[in-house]
Design a protein around this ligand. Structure first.
Ligand SMILES: Cc1cc2nc3c(=O)[nH]c(=O)nc-3n(C[C@H](O)[C@H](O)[C@H](O)COP(=O)(O)OP(=O)(O)OC[C@H]3O[C@@H](n4cnc5c(N)ncnc54)[C@H](O)[C@@H]3O)c2cc1C
Ligand code: FES
Length: 308
């Protein structure tokens, strides 16, 4: 697939993850990097960005790409009315992906660029539909030689029923901690031995429990959730956060996804931003811009609860 060319194709498979989250899979030969997103339209109005949650390119043919979508407004409600075989159109993948150890580029901070995969001990922390893109990241980390026992996944949600992708992470041999505001069985929260289990609380509280030996944090989800993680990280921990801002062109032209004050474009320099870039953002956790460019303040809610 050519990046800026639209591909119109049937939905190959739809899997219900929770009542309000479904994974849509498409048969397409495209190699996507973790953290990248596609722009998708159903031709009935608008085009929206969705992070890639899984991807495989099998010898240049029979590849697939998946996105995990939460039903929120009109657009996503229409997608939830679709069935396998219905036609949508996709362009991408777009954006700067997450860092993979052993594969530094010119933007990788020096302190991280020399880390060997065997010494990399990351926590992957996702709120709501922020977690699925971290599944593709986990697969790529394993392929790069990071041992599964070095990786920890945290999924945050409002209730236990909102926790996503537990089976997918544990299927890779990666311990998964579910952080939920309410738990069906509070006694299940008793132990996080080995960084595995349930916590009745926020993503930040889960991170405090399990991040003792970590040397890197990847996070994806609402701004307020990601911001709440920073004080809980061991000192000097490097991190990358995956950002969402209003997108139109997705190729760096229109400026609708630009952050303040420096104009970092989330579709181009992001969605995965390094710590030194995040530290420059004045809008992080404070506001984002709507389709018209107007400022929309984030509500003061924590840990993926607003969109989980
Ligand atoms: C880089 C990126 C990756 C994303 N990945 C996912 C994902 O993997 N799964 C998922 O469910 N959602 C994802 N989203 C959000 C998704 O694009 C919106 O939730 C979706 O567009 C909501 O559309 P709606 O019409 O159903 O709801 P609406 O009620 O129209 O919108 C709900 C919210 O989505 C925001 N939104 C609407 N249109 C856009 C747009 N074009 N760009 C950015 N934000 C928009 C609105 O500001 C509002 O806060 C991602 C957004 C970005 C920017
Ligand atoms: S969406 Fe147009 S510049 Fe990012």
């Amino acid at each position: 697939m050519i990046k800026d060319k639209r591909t119109t194709l049937p939905i190959a498979r739809i899997v219900e993850e929770t009542e309000n989250v479904r994974t849509f899979t498409f048969r397409m030969d495209v190699k996507a990097a973790p953290g990248q997103f596609i722009m998708l339209t159903d031709f009935k109005g608008g085009e929206k960005p969705f992070s890639i949650s899984d991807n495989m390119l099998e010898d240049g043919k029979n590849g697939y790409l998946s996105v995990s979508i939460k039903r929120i407004g009109d657009f996503t409600r229409r997608l939830f009315d679709m069935k396998a075989g219905d036609i949508v159109s996709i362009r991408g993948p777009y954006g700067t992906p997450f860092f993979i150890p052993g594969k530094p580029d010119e933007k990788t901070p020096e302190v991280v660029s020399k880390i060997k995969p065997a010494d990399f001990r990351p926590v992957l922390c996702g709120g709501g539909f922020g977690l699925p893109p971290l599944y593709l990241l986990a697969k790529r980390l394993l392929e790069a030689g990071v041992p599964a026992k070095n990786i920890k996944a945290v999924g945050a949600g409002r209730s236990e029923a909102d926790l996503l992708f537990e089976q997918q992470f544990t299927g890779l041999g990666i311990p998964y901690t579910g952080a939920a505001e309410s738990l069906d069985d509070v006694s299940a929260a008793a132990s996080l031995e080995g960084g595995c289990g349930r916590i009745c609380g926020t993503a930040a509280e889960a991170l405090t429990e399990i991040a003792t030996e970590t040397n890197f944090v990847y996070a994806s989800g609402p701004d307020l959730m990601m911001k709440s993680l920073i004080p809980q990280m061991p000192q000097d921990t490097e991190y990358q956060f995956l950002f969402e801002r209003y997108m139109k062109c997705a190729i760096g032209i229109c400026g609708s996804c630009a952050t303040d004050p420096g104009g970092i474009r989330i579709c181009k320099e992001g969605p995965a931003l390094w710590r030194h870039q995040v530290e420059q953002l004045e809008d992080f956790g404070v506001y984002r811009r709507t389709a018209s460019g107007a400022i929309e303040l984030f509500e003061n809610r924590l840990a993926g609860r607003d969109r989980a």
